[in-house]
Design a protein around this ligand. Structure first.
Ligand SMILES: Cc1cc2nc3c(=O)[nH]c(=O)nc-3n(C[C@H](O)[C@H](O)[C@H](O)COP(=O)(O)O)c2cc1C
Length: 215
C-alpha cells in the first residue's frame, strides 16, 4: 500500500523548505562532517527525479585542501570580474558580501551533469532537461542537509573549466553546482540577501498567473 503522509509531516516539510538557507563561510564551524553524513546527503540527492530516469549526475566529494585552494583561487578571480559589473552602491554592497565558504566548510561537493551518448526519453526536444535533473538532485541534498541541521552554500562564482581541472573531470562532464557543506553557528530565518537589502522578496501576485500572462 502506498504511504500516506499526515498534516504533521506536511508541516515539517514546509518548515524545512522555509528554513533552508544558503550558508557562507562566516557561518560554518570547523566541526568535522562524517562520511556517513555525506552518504546520507548523497542518498537524498539520488532520490531526485530525472528525465527518462537518466540519473545524469556525478558527485565529487572534496576534502583535500589543495583541491579546495584551486577552487578558491577560481572564485577570487571570478568574483573580481563579478564585482566589477556592479556600479555605485551596488558595487559597495557586493564587496561587503561573503559569497562562498570553500575553505571554511569542511566538505565541498562538486556536482556534474554527465550527458548520455544515446537519446534520453523526455530530453529529445528540450535539451537542458538533464541539467535540470541534476539541479533537482542538488535541491534534494540541500533540503536533507537542513533537516539534519547541516549548512549548504552554493558557489557559482567560479570558472567551471578551472573547477573541472581541479577535480580531474571528464571533458564532457558539465559543472552544475559547487556546494560548501558543514555544521553552522546558526541558520538565519530569512535569506541573507533579503535581510541585507540586496533584493526584496517577490509577492506571489507578481509571479503567478492564471491561464495566460496579463497584457
Ligand atoms: C543556482 C544558485 C547559485 C547560487 N550561487 C551563489 C553564489 O555563488 N554565492 C552565494 O553567496 N550564494 C549563491 N546562491 C545562494 C543564493 O544567493 C540564495 O539561495 C538566495 O539569496 C536565497 O537565500 P536562501 O537560499 O538562504 O533562501 C546560489 C543559489 C542558487 C540556487
Amino acid at each position: 500500500m502506498s504511504k500516506s503522509f499526515n498534516e504533521t509531516d506536511c508541516q515539517i516539510l514546509e518548515e524545512i523548505l522555509r528554513l533552508r538557507r544558503d550558508v557562507r563561510g562566516n557561518y560554518f564551524t570547523d566541526e568535522p562532517v562524517s562520511k556517513a553524513l555525506i552518504s546520507h546527503l548523497i542518498k537524498a540527492a539520488l532520490y531526485a527525479p530525472s528525465v527518462g530516469y537518466s540519473q545524469p549526475w556525478q558527485f565529487v566529494v572534496i576534502r583535500n585542501e589543495s583541491v579546495k585552494q584551486q577552487v578558491y583561487q577560481s572564485f577570487k578571480q571570478a568574483n573580481a570580474v563579478g564585482s566589477s559589473l556592479f556600479l555605485g552602491d551596488k558595487k559597495r554592497d557586493y564587496k561587503a558580501l561573503k559569497l562562498e565558504g570553500i575553505l571554511e566548510a569542511p566538505v565541498n561537493i562538486a556536482i556534474f551533469y554527465k550527458p548520455s551518448k544515446t537519446p534520453v526519453l523526455g530530453q529529445t526536444s528540450m535539451k537542458d532537461m538533464g541539467r535540470f535533473s541534476v539541479v533537482c538532485a542538488i535541491q534534494n541534498l540541500w533540503l536533507m542537509a537542513r533537516a539534519l541541521n547541516i549548512g549548504v552554500g552554493w558557489v557559482s562564482i567560479v570558472d567551471a573549466q578551472q573547477v573541472k581541472q581541479a577535480v580531474n573531470a571528464d571533458e564532457d562532464a558539465e559543472l552544475i553546482g559547487y556546494l560548501c557543506i558543514g555544521y553552522v553557528k546558526e541558520f538565519l530565518d530569512e535569506p541573507e540577501l533579503k535581510q541585507k537589502g540586496w533584493a526584496e522578496q517577490k509577492n506571489s501576485q507578481d509571479v503567478v498567473f492564471f491561464d495566460s500572462f496579463p497584457r
